[in-house]
Design a protein around this ligand. Structure first.
Ligand code: FMN
Length: 319
């Protein structure tokens, strides 16, 4: 059953904000939605076994969201199909717009367990997980985010298998699990588009890997035939990447300080004591760059111990 597939209603190329653990939380997504919106948002990946356990409050913060961040896809990862069923059901009950299964994460301790990108080598379990997720997701569309292979490039066999699972969307990161230093291979992504045209024409294909400029989203759509493009690290370089012709580097210093202050305020309001102030520090570089002394100013800001100190320091910099 799938009665509300938001993916097929979006204009192409679809601009997707990638899931990034510890980065794309509700605060970050709300700011993107306000300043330079994406067409689709994902939660950070969240462990299905954790969500289905008595201690689920430890991971539920990853699923915190507001109405501003829509359509919003809940991303899950894990090993147990039953827990995927439960998590997908929770996602539907909690009002998400879709459920995505992570079959791409290369992190050693996760892959060692046989989860995420290791599922590329275990299609039997991958199939059970997809099936269980679909059953749990009810009316929500189910998608997979994956890579072009585990150790070696296996685009043809792996994408063929996935496209036979009747997914509403499939994100392909153009690298194998072992290739993080190499550039993403978009010609492999294009192969997936060709396969989908034959096997599952209604599946939306999202390409991912190394997109750093807004114009590349249209280029990838035209050149490789993808329906949409997902951006991860590019947003950290230019938080306005989804807005045509906008680059944070071009803004005046005061505007950058104001945006960072807004980020700090929303972080504090949203998380209170729930997330430590040090989590905020990774975002400073997004705003404090591209002007004289930016590096040393960042260094000073890194020394602050709480939101008030950080904001007072930013205020003192206003020109
Ligand atoms: C800090 C960080 C955290 C990430 N966390 C996730 C995650 O939770 N789920 C996921 O599917 N991919 C995750 N990724 C992978 C990205 O979504 C994306 O596939 C990858 O960075 C390639 O895209 P890019 O070249 O645009 O950065 C993460 C990447 C980074 C850099």
């Amino acid at each position: 059953m799938c009665v509300s597939n938001f993916w097929e209603k979006l204009n192409k190329p679809i601009k997707v904000l990638a899931p990034m653990e510890d980065v794309t939380d509700t605060v970050f997504r709300q700011l993107i939605a306000k300043w330079a919106p994406a067409d689709v948002y994902f939660t950070e990946f969240t462990n299905a076994e954790g969500l289905g356990s008595a201690g689920k409050s430890k991971v539920m913060y990853r699923w915190k969201y507001t109405e501003k961040e829509r359509p919003l896809v809940a991303q899950i990862w894990g090993l147990d199909p039953q827990m995927h069923y439960k998590s997908a059901k929770m996602a539907e009950d909690l009002g998400f717009d879709g459920v995505d299964i992570n079959m791409g994460c290369p992190v050693k301790k996760i892959v060692k367990k046989g989860a995420c990108s290791a599922l590329i080598e275990n299609p039997g379990l991958a199939k059970e997980i997809i099936q269980a997720t679909k059953e749990g997701a009810g009316k929500l569309p189910v998608s997979v985010k994956t890579r072009i292979g585990f150790r070696t490039i296996q685009t043809e066999e792996w994408a063929t298998f996935l496209l036979q699972q009747n997914l509403q969307a499939l994100t392909i990161h153009g690298r194998t699990s072992k290739q993080d230093e190499k550039p993403a291979d978009w010609s492999e992504v294009a192969k997936v588009v060709k396969l989908k045209n034959k096997i599952s024409p209604n599946t939306i294909i999202i390409g991912n890997g190394d997109v750093r400029e807004r114009s590349e989203i249209e280029d990838k759509h035209k050149t490789y035939g993808v329906d949409g493009v997902m951006v991860a690290r590019g947003i950290l370089e230019n938080i306005l990447i989804f807005k045509e012709g906008q680059n944070i580097a071009d803004l005046e210093i005061n505007k950058k300080l104001e945006m960072l202050t807004e980020h700090i305020n929303l972080f504090t309001k949203t998380w209170g004591e729930g997330k430590n102030f040090y989590h905020l520090k990774k975002y400073f570089k997004i705003y404090l760059k591209g002007f004289e002394n930016a590096g040393s100013i960042r260094g000073e800001l890194m020394k602050t111990q709480n939101a008030k100190e950080a904001k007072d320091f930013l205020k003192s910099l206003r020109v």
